[in-house]
Design a protein around this ligand. Structure first.
Ligand code: ADP
Ligand code: MG
Length: 551
């Protein structure tokens, strides 16, 4: 009863495979990194499962990864004795791309293909973490034999990456997973791509997978190829940036180097090490609901969980990394973690460190800072709502568009430096787009007076400006709300008041269904009237309505 079936890859998976078969990625070596990375994940999962589930009868005494080559048959096999997969797992995990947003990414990929011929969408590919499929860059055929821990039947899967795969149930599979890559003949002729050569395998493992926590053994040798040293436990001065980069790629499943690396250590009552990364671009799901957080928790080198929300607030969900806490129980649950005092202390320190790192970049590396703000600024601004404790730090890293410069955003500190004599408030205006705002009558008097106005067009801006009342002792003031005092001269106001004494009550009465009050204002220069909101009763939706009426 082998139940052999030939199945089709899901449409998106097929498209990705096509890209792999036609080798869009220039560095083929990384297929081995991806296989080792998957094996390592599977070993982590088994160790964890065996700790959680005492009924699971598995041997975890020699968790390892073995690489075997058969030069005659031109095959390379990566084997692990990790968690393994059931037949359904294989169909779900290998036959489809479960990640959301895939369709959209493929659309982008197509677009980029149309514009640039050479580097077909390499940039986008990085966001997928194509992982297992990268084997098809070097393979004519890939075979996978696996058995899930605790199950008796195994599964064999095979494909040449051309749209279909064959799957069958097998009796004699070892627990864990073995992936055998049938290497393309043409690659092997070039000794640089001879993946059956010992030196080549050693080199790849050393370069990409040295930190993997389980021994990686070559062809039955007993010595491991990798040092297995946890990177975060090594002194910063002894770690190369390239090692940090590879580690980042392993944990983030990103193919691009991180923008910034933060390596810290906490000593004292509660010991921990943290290795955090700010990616160089936002993942496609950054603004989707249930977007993942990026920090993994380890306890004394043992992987405990991915996506540890207790360690990083949601607005910093783009930060990837690991925290190794020494004094926690290996059995700690998410619920307990949420309320653990020490974890809360660690989280607070991590947040401070991330924000101060961004602040440093703002001062010392304008380009990196600009990238961070462009990619993650919208998420960071959610911090005003989620993390009022760090409001000042958040204001410090904030960048906003302003009337001062059409192209360059400004920081609040620089705005304050440019404030005119006698200007007490920091002026801002919210709206849907810069163009709409610039055509609005609200800006006229400010322009005439030479006052700079911050232009806030992100939906989240509407919300945070409600919460933040001042920066550096200067109140934040919407130019579309309340009475803005632009300092008209006394005489001017008095004579205008007299002139319009009858007109204003009449106008107020006439428009009684539409407005609360009609009053004189010093905020206009050429437009005869504009609609403003009351100081306190404004919602963004209302504001939008008013704006629509006012123009
Ligand atoms: P990713 O690792 O980013 O999830 P991959 O394409 O590398 O994507 O792998 C897809 C999925 O297949 C993994 O998430 C995992 O569930 C499963 N998988 C791959 N290799 C193994 C393995 N050696 N053991 C167990 N599961 C595996
Ligand atoms: Mg993977």
């Amino acid at each position: 009863m082998s139940n052999q079936e030939t199945l089709e890859f899901q449409a998106e998976a097929r498209q990705l495979l096509q890209l792999m078969v036609h080798s869009i990625y220039s560095n083929k070596d990384i297929f081995l990194r991806e296989l080792i990375s998957n094996a390592s994940d599977a070993l982590d999962k088994l160790r964890l499962e065996s700790m959680r589930n005492k009924d699971l009868d598995v041997d975890t005494s020699d968790l390892h990864i073995a690489i075997d080559v058969d030069k005659e048959a031109r095959t390379l096999t990566v084997r692990d004795n990790g968690i393994g997969m059931s037949r359904d797992d294989v169909v779900d995990l290998i036959g489809t791309i479960a990640k959301s947003g895939t369709a959209e990414l493929l659309r982008k990929l197509k677009e980029s293909k149309e514009t640039s011929q050479d580097s077909i969408g390499q940039d986008f590919i990085g966001q997928f973490g194509v992982g297992f499929y990268s084997t098809f860059m070097v393979a004519t055929k890939v075979e996978l034999v696996t058995r899930r821990a605790g199950e008796t039947e195994g599964t064999r899967w095979e494909s040449s990456g051309e749209g279909t795969y064959v799957i069958e149930t097998v009796e004699d599979a070892a627990q864990g997973t073995a992936v055998t890559v049938h290497l393309k003949a043409e690659d092997q002729e070039d000794h640089l791509y001879d993946y059956t050569a010992d030196w080549k395998i050693r080199e790849i493992v050393k370069r990409y997978s040295d930190f993997i926590a389980f021994p990686i053994r070559l062809s039955g040798e007993s010595d491991a190829l990798n040092s297995m040293k946890a990177l975060w436990a090594r002194p910063r001065s002894e770690v190369e940036q390239s090692e940090y980069n590879e580690f980042y790629k392993h944990i983030s499943h990103d193919w691009t180097d991180p923008l910034e690396t933060i390596h810290m250590k906490g000593e004292g009552v509660f010991e921990y090490e943290a290795l955090l990364f700010i990616p160089s671009r936002a993942p496609f799901d950054l603004h989707m609901r249930d977007g993942k957080r990026g920090v993994q928790l380890y306890v004394k080198r043992v992987f405990i969980m991915d996506d540890c929300e207790a360690l990083m607030p949601s607005y910093l969900r783009f930060v990837k990394g690991v925290v190794d806490a020494h004094d926690l129980s290996l059995n700690i649950s998410r619920e307990i973690l949420q309320h653990d005092r020490q974890i809360q202390v660690v989280r607070r320190r991590l947040v401070k460190k991330v924000l101060s790192t961004i602040k440093d970049l703002q001062a010392n590396d304008a380009e990196k800072y600009a990238t961070i703000w462009k990619e993650f600024g919208r998420a960071i601004k959610e911090g005003f709502l989620e993390d009022p404790e760090n409001q000042d730090a958040l204001l410090g890293v904030l960048s906003v568009a302003s009337t001062h410069d059409a192209a360059e955003p400004t920081t609040l500190a620089r705005y304050v430096e440019r404030m005119k004599d006698g200007q007490k408030d920091i002026y801002y205006v919210t709206g849907e787009s810069r163009t709409m705002i610039e055509n609005s009558p609200h800006l006229e008097a400010f322009r005439a007076k030479g006052y700079e106005v911050l232009i806030l067009t992100d939906p989240v801006d509407e919300v945070w400006v409600e919460r933040v009342t001042e920066f550096d002792g200067k109140p934040l003031q919407s130019i579309a709300k309340g009475q803005v005092d632009l300092g008209s001269s006394e005489e001017e106001t008095a004579s205008a008041r007299e002139e319009f004494a009858d007109f204003l009550p009449w106008m107020t009465a006439t428009l009684t269904d539409e407005v609360k009050e009609v009053r004189l204002s010093s905020r206009l220069t050429t437009s005869p009237a504009c609609i403003v909101g009351d100081e306190h009763d404004m919602t963004p939706t209302l504001e939008k309505m008013y704006r629509a009426m006012g123009q």
